[in-house]
Design a protein around this ligand. Structure first.
Ligand code: CO
Length: 168
């Protein structure tokens, strides 16, 4: 076992030694980009977006920007500890012109459907309703260029948990 470990270390060491300074710089830049989470990282036309919700009823982002024509891969993570029944979070992207208070009222009545009104035409995309420690990833095509609103549709949350989704 020890020998194997030593060999593995040697291989890693050689790989590092082969790495030019340029490559290292690029690596560092990549890490920086990933940390700057307000900017989605683009891979061809796929855009990864990460957003979190917490026990203080807050999303960590109020604005998300994606390029026109992209496929959005969005992950919502509930970083709190509270159960979905008391502090549930989802991410719901609404069509333009949707009145949030009106939609929120309809959503509040749809508790047996994850607080998404059945047969609604106001929802472009949405995640599952999550409790603390859970996450959900969805994929959807970015809608037409413009500014859209997103909310958490758990009863009472949309007043605080909302933001804009800009397709540009
Ligand atoms: Co919520």
């Amino acid at each position: 076992m020890k020998i194997l470990r030593l060999m593995a270390l040697l291989v890693v060491g050689l790989m590092l030694a082969n790495c030019g300074g340029e490559e290292k710089k690029e690596e560092k830049q990549e890490v920086k980009l990933q940390k700057k989470t307000s900017e989605p990282s683009a891979d061809n036309d796929m855009v990864n977006v990460a957003i979190t919700g917490n026990d203080q009823m807050k999303f960590n982002k109020e604005e998300i920007r994606v390029p026109v024509g992209s496929t959005v891969k969005l992950t919502l993570r509930h970083v709190g500890k509270l159960d979905a029944k008391v502090m549930g979070h989802n991410w719901v992207l609404l069509t333009q012109g949707t009145e949030i208070p009106v939609f929120a009222l309809a959503a509040a009545a749809a508790n047996d459907n994850g607080y998404i009104p059945e047969d609604t035409d106001k929802v472009i995309a949405h995640t599952k309703m999550l409790g603390g420690g859970q996450s959900d990833t969805i994929e959807f095509e970015a809608p037409a260029p413009g500014t859209y609103e997103f909310i958490c549709s758990f009863p009472g949350h949309s007043a605080l948990m909302k933001g804009v989704f800009i397709v540009e």
